[in-house]
Ligand binder design. Structure first.
Ligand code: ZN
Length: 370
C-alpha cells in the first residue's frame, strides 16, 4: 500500500515538473517567438564541432532558429560550375539538419542575392562564371581594395533584370533549401550599393526602389511555390539620410520606398550594432514581420531584447505578432566564432565587445524572461 502511494505521488510530482517545463516554454514562445543565431556556415572540418555547439550551447539557451550563410560553399549538383572552396557536402549539411531537428531548431540557409557578389578585390562565383550578369561590368576589380574609392565599389551586384539570371539562382535556392529540408530561405539583399546603374542597358533610369522591390518579389514568389518564406536584411528599406543611420545600415540610394512595395510576408532582419535604434516599430507599422539583430555589443543587445519584449507588450493585437524576436548575428564563419567563444583566440582590441560576449549577454537576458 505504501509502495503504491509512493508511486502515485512520484508520478504526480513528475507530471507536475513536465507541465511546468511545458508552460515555461510556452511562456517564452509568447514573450519572444523567434530566438535566433546567424553565422557563416562551418567549413567541412568544423561541422562536427559546430553540431556539438548546437547541442551544448544553442539548445540550453532555447535558440529556435539557426541561419547559416552558405553562399557558394556547397557542392551544388545543379550548378557545379558555381561551387566555391571549401564546400560543404550533402552529408555535412545532413549532420546539421539532424541535430537541429532533434532540438526543435528551425534551420535556414542563406545565399546572398542581388548584392554582395564580391568582397574586397575578389569577385564571387556567380559573377566570375557569368560576367554577363554583372550590373557594373565597367567597374574593374582593384588589385588592392580600399574604401572610399572613385567607383564607389563596395560589393558587386547582379543585374536583377538580366533575362538569364533567375534561372541560375533559382536552381541554387531550390537545391540548398532541399538539402536543408527547410521552409524558409534567407536571401541577404543587404548593402546593395550598385543598383539601377546609369550604364546598365536594362536598369538605367529606372526607379531603384522598384528595382529592389521587384527582385524581392521575384524571389519571394519563387519560394512561395514550395511554401517557403523569404527572409532578408532590412537596411535597404530605411532612409539613411532622414534617420541618420548612414549608407550601410540604411539606404542612400533611394531604395527605402521599397518598404511599401514588397509583400507583407517577407521577414525583415533589422540589424543595428552600435545603438538600439527603434526601427522595428517602423517595420511593424508597415505590416512587416521584424527580428532585431545585434552583433558584438552586449549592452546594446540587452536593450534591444528589452525593447522587443516591450514592443510586443505595448502594441495592439494586430501589430504585436509583427515583432517576432531577436537574432544574434556573427560575421565570421562558425570555426572562428567557436575559437573565440571557447577562449582559444582573444580579440584584445575589441575588449568586451565581441560576438561571443554579445551572444552570452543576450541569451542571459532571454533566460531571465522566463
Ligand atoms: Zn541592370
Amino acid at each position: 500500500m505504501k509502495n503504491i502511494l509512493r508511486r502515485i505521488l512520484l508520478s504526480f510530482f513528475l507530471s507536475l515538473c513536465i507541465l511546468n517545463l511545458l508552460l515555461a516554454q510556452q511562456n517564452l514562445d509568447s514573450i519572444l517567438p523567434v530566438r535566433g543565431f546567424c553565422i557563416g556556415a562551418p567549413k567541412p572540418n568544423d561541422v562536427d564541432a559546430f553540431t556539438k555547439f548546437i547541442e551544448q550551447e544553442l539548445k540550453p539557451r532555447k535558440v529556435n532558429t539557426l541561419i547559416l550563410r552558405v553562399d557558394y560553399n556547397y557542392q551544388f549538383k545543379s550548378h557545379p560550375e558555381l561551387i566555391d572552396t571549401p564546400s560543404l557536402s550533402n552529408s555535412d549539411v545532413k549532420k546539421m539538419v539532424t541535430v537541429c531537428k532533434r532540438n526543435n531548431i528551425r534551420i535556414i540557409p542563406q545565399i546572398n542575392m542581388l548584392g554582395h557578389q564580391s568582397w574586397a578585390n575578389e569577385t564571387y562565383k556567380l559573377l566570375s562564371v557569368y560576367p554577363q550578369f554583372d550590373e557594373t561590368p565597367h567597374v574593374k576589380m582593384p588589385a588592392k581594395y580600399e574604401w572610399p574609392n572613385a567607383d564607389n565599389l563596395y560589393c558587386k551586384s547582379y543585374c536583377p533584370l538580366h533575362p538569364e539570371v533567375h534561372k541560375i539562382v533559382f536552381g541554387l535556392i531550390d537545391e540548398i533549401c532541399d538539402a536543408f529540408e527547410t521552409d524558409a530561405f534567407h536571401a541577404g539583399m543587404d548593402e546593395v550599393f550598385y543598383l539601377g546603374d546609369d550604364k546598365c542597358p536594362r536598369c538605367s533610369g529606372r526607379d531603384k526602389a522598384e528595382l529592389f522591390a521587384g527582385e524581392v518579389r521575384v524571389l519571394r514568389d519563387h519560394l512561395a511555390q514550395k511554401n517557403r518564406q523569404i527572409w532578408i536584411w532590412g537596411d535597404r528599406l530605411i532612409d539613411g539620410k532622414i534617420t541618420g543611420l548612414g549608407l550601410w545600415e540604411a539606404s542612400y540610394n533611394n531604395t527605402h520606398r521599397a518598404i511599401d512595395m514588397i509583400p507583407k510576408d517577407v521577414i525583415i532582419c533589422d540589424w543595428h550594432y552600435e545603438r538600439a535604434d527603434k526601427t522595428p516599430v517602423y517595420f511593424a507599422m508597415k505590416g512587416l514581420n521584424v527580428i532585431t539583430c545585434p552583433w558584438r555589443m552586449p549592452s546594446v543587445a540587452v536593450i534591444q531584447t528589452e525593447d522587443m519584449v516591450n514592443f510586443r507588450k505595448q502594441s495592439s493585437e494586430q501589430m504585436r505578432n509583427n515583432f517576432m524576436g531577436m537574432m544574434q548575428t556573427v560575421w565570421s564563419d562558425a570555426g572562428s566564432f567557436l575559437d573565440g567563444f571557447y577562449g582559444k583566440t582573444k580579440d584584445d582590441k575589441a575588449g568586451a565587445n565581441t560576438p561571443w560576449n554579445c551572444f552570452r549577454a543576450m541569451y542571459d537576458k532571454i533566460g531571465q524572461l522566463r
